[in-house]
Structure formats: C-alpha cells, structure tokens
Design a protein around this ligand. Sequence first.
Ligand code: SAM
Length: 293
Amino acid sequence: MNIAEILKERQKWFEWKNIKPIKEKLDNFQVNSADYKLNDTIEITTNDNLTPQIKELALMLKPWRKGPFKINDLFIDSEWRSYIKWNSLKPHLNLENKDVLDVGCNNGYYMFRMLEMNPKSITGFDPSALFNLQFDFINKFIKSDIDYKLLGVEHIPYYEKKFDVIFCMGVLYHRRDPIDMLKELKAGLNKGGEVILDTLIIEGNDDVALCPVRYAKMKNVYFIPTVKALYNWIEKAKFSDIQFIGKRYTTTNEQRKTDWIDGESLESFLNKDQTKTIEGYEPPLRCYLKLKY
Ligand SMILES: C[S@@+](CC[C@H](N)C(=O)[O-])C[C@H]1O[C@@H](n2cnc3c(N)ncnc32)[C@H](O)[C@@H]1O
C-alpha cells in the first residue's frame, strides 16, 4: 500500500462540491494571534477582528460532533460533551515525550486536550474531509504541530512511523473485521507501546457478539461483543496484556441534539424510558481498555 499515493489521491476530496467552498474560505482565513485554554470547553480568545468570519465558518463546518469549543463569544455546543470521556481516561494516561496517534480522531478535540500532557508528537488519522477542516479551523487559532492525515485504521501497518500510544475510540464496532483491526493497531505500536481502546460492549458472561442490521439507527455497526468475547479478539490479535479501565453507559447528558448538528441524536435512538435502543437492544454501553504490545 502506497500511503503517499493514497494521501495525494485524497487531497481531491477537498474538491467535492460540499467541501470546496469551506476549504476555500478556510484557506483565506488568517488568525494572527489567539490565546487558548484546554479546559473541558476548549476556549479560544482572539483580538483579531474576525467575529463575522468565525461564525460563518463555524456554521459552514456543521455538524460538530465532538467538542465543545468556545471562540470569543461563540459557543460551539457539539453533539457530544467529549470531556466526559476524556476526564474518565485522563488519570490512566502518560503521554510525556511519547509519539501518539489518535485513529478516528474526528475534529481533534482529544488531540488538543493531549497537548497539555507534553507528548513528543501527535498524529491524527480520520478519513473525513469535513472533520479535517474542522480541525484546521480550530488549529488556525491554536497553531499546534498536530499532524492530521486523511487516513484510516487500515493504513496503520503501512504508515512510515510507529507510535508509543495509539488511541482508538469509537471505531472498532464500525469495522467488519474487528480482529484484523486490532492486529492493525498492534502493527502501529513501538515495542512496549499501548493502545487505549474505547468500544461498545453488551452485558453478559458468554463469549458472544451482537451482529445487528441497525443499532441505535446506525447501519454501520457490525459487532458488539461481551467483554469476554472482546478479550478473545484481543488475545487473537496477540496483545501481551489487557488492563480494564472501566465501562459506562452513554447518557443524554453526554450525547444529545444541539443546534450544532442538523440530524437526530441519542434521545431519538432510544425508547421512551431510555432502557433500550429503538431496535430493542441494550442501550449503548462502552468499555475502556489499555492493551499492551
Ligand atoms: C464514533 S466516531 C468516534 C470519534 C472519536 N474517536 C471519539 O471517540 O469521540 C468515529 C470516527 O471514526 C472515523 N472513521 C471512519 N472510518 C474510519 C476508518 N476507516 N479508520 C479510522 N477512523 C474512521 C469517523 O470519521 C469518525 O470521526
């Protein structure tokens, strides 16, 4: 697989008719100086006289799934309160002087939060041109060295660089072959490295996985395992050790409809009393694991 060729080809995605006008506006958008605070809401302030352009660009960049961000007075209230996941992982992380990859990084919210942990480098992979542009927009203010690539987890084994820590959050259940995906993650690690994995699970003591046609209205969910089945996949991918960080149901406090997305959100994906998905499955439960090389 020739990654340089793939990346060159994918630059054409910025020519798509829904993406091109945003890309052009963003290319002409210059921020001279800005301050930022990496709090739960990533808060940016700038004295540059940019208020109308900031609002126009932020609206063009909808839907904002991950965040929130605040730029001067503009609060980008993303669908997910991403700090809830970040704060639950933070005590388990040591990124000091590490080469870090966030695969499925979306608009880079977590990568921006990582900056305060002094990693040696941060790379993000996500094959979404729109989320890449959201990242570029925020990074116009933050001016970080984070390297965003329009790549997916399947490209990791062929990428020029290996990593000490790979975050892979919210991707596994979207893959048709989860064991292959776990192997791809392992192939991207330096010896002694680790993967921070976040994925959907179902309750149960058997080593089985749910294989739904649709789950919480998502057609691209393939397998949702019990913890026992997930551990079997991880063993087959030949990780040497697994640390269980925790598990948590997603609530409508964490994921909900806001003005910054156009479609529906979790409250419409669950039944009335929020005890089942709309299809009658268990509601979304996630577990967080650390996998050692
Ligand atoms: C459910 S979101 C999770 C986002 C973020 N990691 C989080 O945990 O909040 C899934 C992300 O994976 C990205 N994605 C889609 N295909 C992918 C692939 N082949 N490899 C890696 N990421 C992919 C999507 O664009 C999206 O940003």
